[in-house]
Design a binder for this molecule. Structure first.
Ligand code: PLP
Length: 440
């Protein structure tokens, strides 16, 4: 569901129903879900939703099964089981260069989504301005809007999705409370560089801001790009809420296990709000991912990267061949492609046209911008099995000839209609001429 400006007035004479909340009147289905439903209808290939169809590591599966069999099925401490908090703390030190006390600075949450929502509840008041890079991940904006915080956009410049320190400075006001970072980013695939993270940290320190950093794709980085956690920079521990989870890394999007790492003061507030909504993350699944974090070696993460790099290259080559020029992602597992060649007035029309012509679902680019900057963009998710991805690529390759024949057909229809129009015009002119002469 997404926020929507302007709800509908009831029809005259309609039976009066108890009203929903004002907030509920401002929601609509996200484009991602809409496209998934449309895709299901025609049994197409769904490259719209960020659901990993790749295999769950056996250690993780067995860890969860064993936990269920051993009766670990009750509520856990509100900030998660000790084994998992300790495993996260170890991983944060080794991979993210962040020191976090597992007793007071790690909160296990219901997915990174639960972490972000609870963190926003903990830190934001209505009217607070929050800087967010665009193209953005829709849930971030919808969450801010739901809490009546005000998203303020910094537009990243394609094709490298760049920004400058001045771009950030320009949008600061006395109401600015926080910056949302998502690195590697959905949908652009941008991996924020050391310099860019330093600009953000510098800005946050000078203006006394919080940083919400969503690092759910931290292990999906390509071409030698390095994942940098803003919370690892000097002076940032107090003001950074590092959010991540295992949904993507272990291909367990339905398990709902994520976490927030932050100062004890913030962690206590996040824990309180998370408890109100979710109580705790699913107990046996916390055990499963704890085993994964404990037992999987660096080899697993290296292989994951290599596997997704192959998928990225496969889809980017096919999109290029189809004339849908991709912005090759540095990280995460989405690719934004230029859909100018697909007929349609809006990105939604283009996505629907692509689904019709190739049987492949993508997300309309407008879902990632607050204005119409995404009209000519489509987002494709490549977290798919190789078989499915190869089939999608085949379909892309067939698309170019169809687009060409469509455009030839459209041109010839246009030519015929121009010819028909000029014949009609000639006829009209001569008729007018006749009528004029007749009236004379
Ligand atoms: N953050 C980003 C940027 C995402 O793209 C997604 C899923 O697509 C999530 C968070 C959701 O993660 P989780 O399953 O941990 O809630």
């Amino acid at each position: 569901m997404r926020n929507k400006k302007g709800s509908q007035a009831p029809k005259p004479g309609a039976k009066k129903m108890t009203s929903l909340s004002q907030l509920a009147g401002y929601t609509e289905q996200s484009e991602i879900r809409v496209m998934s439903v449309e895709c299901d209808k025609i049994r197409g290939i769904n490259l719209a939703q960020g659901v990993c169809d790749t295999e769950v590591p056996v250690e993780v599966r067995e860890g969860a099964k064993t936990a269920i069999d051993r009766g670990m099925n009750s509520y856990t401490r509100m900030d998660g089981i000790a084994e998992l908090r300790q495993a996260i703390s170890r991983k944060m030190r080794q991979y993210n260069q962040i020191i976090a006390d597992p007793e007071r600075e790690v909160v296990v949450t219901s997915g990174s989504t639960g972490a972000f929502y609870s963190a926003c509840l903990a830190l934001l008041d209505p009217g607070d301005e929050v800087i967010i890079f665009e193209p953005y991940y829709g849930y971030h904006v919808s969450t801010l809007e739901t809490l009546q915080a005000v998203p303020v956009y910094v537009r990243l410049r394609p094709t490298e999705w760049e920004f400058t320190a001045e771009d950030l400075e320009r949008v600061i006001t006395p109401r600015t409370k926080a910056i949302v970072v998502n690195t590697p980013a959905n949908p652009s695939g941008k991996v924020f560089s050391q310099t860019e993270v330093e600009w953000i940290a510098d800005c946050a320190i000078r203006h006394n801001l919080f940083i919400f950093t969503d690092e759910i794709y931290e292990y999906f980085v390509y071409d030698g790009h390095k994942h940098i956690s803003p919370g690892s920079l000097s002076g940032m521990a107090e003001r950074t809420i590092t959010i991540s989870g295992l949904s993507k890394t272990f291909s367990v999007t339905g398990w709902r296990v994520g976490y927030a790492v932050c100062s004890p003061r913030v962690a206590a507030a996040i824990g309180y709000f998370h408890d109100l909504v979710y109580v705790c993350a699913p107990a046996p699944l916390q055990h499963g991912v704890a085993v994964g974090l404990q037992e999987l070696t660096t080899n697993f993460y290296r292989e994951l990267q290599q596997e997704y790099l192959k998928k990225r290259d496969l889809i980017c080559a096919a999109l290029e061949d189809a004339g849908l020029i991709p912005s090759v992602p540095q990280g995460a597992y989405y690719v934004l492609a230029d859909a100018s060649s697909i007929p349609g007035q809006s990105s939604k029309e283009k996505a629907m046209r692509l689904l019709e012509m190739a049987g492949v679902a993508a997300v309309p680019g407008d879902a990632f911008f607050h204005d119409n900057a995404g009209t000519n963009l489509l987002r494709f998710c490549f977290a798919k099995t190789d078989r499915e991805l190869e089939e999608a690529c085949e379909r892309f390759r067939g698309l170019l000839s169809r687009l060409r024949s469509n455009s030839t057909a459209a041109k010839s229809t246009a030519a015929k209609s121009t010819a028909a129009k000029s014949t009609a015009r000639e006829r009209m002119t001569s008729t007018r001429g006749k009528s004029t002469s007749m009236t004379r």
